[in-house]
Design a protein around this ligand. Structure first.
Ligand code: E4P
Length: 217
């Protein structure tokens, strides 16, 4: 299972990268704005900074909602760095743009996916990643994890190679449940990754081991 971090915060990206377990980064316009990164030039520079910090794929989202605009923006994003994955919204022109980029060998991430049917379209269009937003489904009392299970079944039925990127992950249990269900990738905040470290018995055990070692020294 790949671990992506869902942020535009360079310090948090570096912290996850330094742990040696980071496989990539996802961002979106809201995450950029949260870090105070606004304006096309600054956003483009920030993507390059992120790529220079990590080894894996970095999703960069188009703003255009029409096919020509998405192609123009996606090509500019893809030229920024070899690690860039063009992130496209799950709308009709987004699917068309996904097919365009897939045919050109440019990696894509279909975002804002909330149903199995949308995920099927993403796979048909050759998306590298499909991003079902599980946390946002949970927010409206709909089981986000069930969507991961449905997509896994559909993709396995037909051998689709599109990777299921569980997005809108909010906490550690989302990560563990996505792993159980066979999501290929998860993207979440740093806390959803570092939270996996925590267990009181680890802390108690380590304290005891150190105390016992120090008895003889
Ligand atoms: C995915 O690529 C999105 O950036 C993200 O996971 C959305 O998460 P949120 O619902 O916590 O905003």
């Amino acid at each position: 299972m790949k671990f992506f971090i869902d942020t535009a915060n360079l310090e948090q990206i570096k912290e996850a990268q330094d742990m040696g377990i980071l496989d990539g980064v996802t961002t979106n316009p809201s995450l950029m704005a949260k870090e105070g990164i606004t304006g096309t030039d600054n956003i483009m520079k920030h993507y390059v900074n992120i790529c220079n910090l990590v080894d894996g794929d970095v999703s960069a989202e188009v703003i255009a909602t029409d096919f020509e605009g998405m192609v123009r923006e996606g090509e500019a994003l893809a030229e920024l760095h070899e690690q860039i994955v063009v992130k496209l919204p799950m709308i009709k022109d987004g699917v068309k743009a996904c097919k365009y980029f897939s045919d050109k060998g440019i990696k894509t991430n279909m975002t804002l996916v909330f149903s199995a049917g949308q995920a099927l379209l993403a796979a048909k269009a050759g998306a590298t990643y499909v991003s079902p937003f599980i946390g946002r489904l949970d927010d409206i009392s709909t089981d986000g994890l069930n969507l991961i299970a449905e997509i896994r079944m559909i993709y396995d039925n037909y051998g689709f190679e599109t990777e299921i990127l569980a997005a809108s992950v909010r906490h550690t249990m989302h990560v563990i449940d996505c792993a159980k269900l066979g999501a290929d990738v998860m993207t979440g905040p740093l806390s959803s990754i570092t939270g996996l470290l925590k267990h009181p018995l680890t802390d108690i055990g380590l304290e005891q081991f150190l105390a016992d070692y120090n008895k003889g020294n």
